[in-house]
Design a protein around this ligand. Sequence first.
Ligand code: AMP
Ligand code: ZN
Length: 275
Amino acid sequence: MTFITDFEAKVKKEAVKLVNISDKILVACSGGKDSTTILYLLKKWGYNVSALHVDLLMGAYSQGHVNNLTNFCKEQKIPLYIVNIREELGASMCYVRERIQSTTPMNNCMICGVIKRSILNKKAKELSANAIVTGHNRDDLAESIIMNVLMGNPRACMGLGSKSGVIESDLFAKRVKPLNYIAEDEIRRYSKEKNFPVIYDPCPCSHNAFRRFVKNLVTEYDLNQDNVIKLIKKIEPTINTKFKTNEVLKKCVNCGQATRNETCKSCEIIGLIKK
Ligand code: AMP
Ligand code: ZN
């Protein structure tokens, strides 16, 4: 088998476990190699896909993603929805981060992740999509496990499977990660061989992120990611038993999205901007 057919077969084996051909799928597209690869493949295999990009308005970096995705989706005949962060939050992501960080210790990726997740859920509901696909890969997974261990937060490992969400709820679409066990190097090679129009540079705002630190650690010491993932699979039953909850999610009093508290994380952040 060639690399391309081998890679596609491996991804398909994972994808069929997570999405059905009858699903209405919204692929969260950053404009990077991972989400572009899974968007392309799901479309190729006949799934009903649309793409959603959150334009974070981070200058030329964001504009490059918007242009690439617009051209790619047009060529692939995939509906593309672009949500402009200023229309959602009344400001660019850079302003939002600065404003929040002046009062609250939250890192760039944490703020951005919460806002993006909320927009994705909202848009999925609007479009009646019942599955959200993201491009998280095996390297992301191994890094997340190590980060959770270093932060002493084993509970956070519960959401790291290919089907995310500790609690199932009618309030949101299922979130799935077909590339969860596929190595980043292989996705990069596939994307390059396919000549996808993507930006390979990391987000310019993630330079101080804890994740970047862990990524460098894994690379520097050539840590075996499979061992990290095997370990978490072994202790998963213990983690699940310890933290299992019958919690029923509530609706956020502001926006109606699913939340454990009165207001969701995204509305909490928006509240901090207005302070
Ligand atoms: P990251 O957290 O940047 O590594 O991205 C993880 C996944 O989140 C990507 O593979 C995408 O599926 C999704 N994602 C990241 N950034 C965006 C964005 N600006 N718009 C839509 N989806 C995104
Ligand atoms: Zn809310």
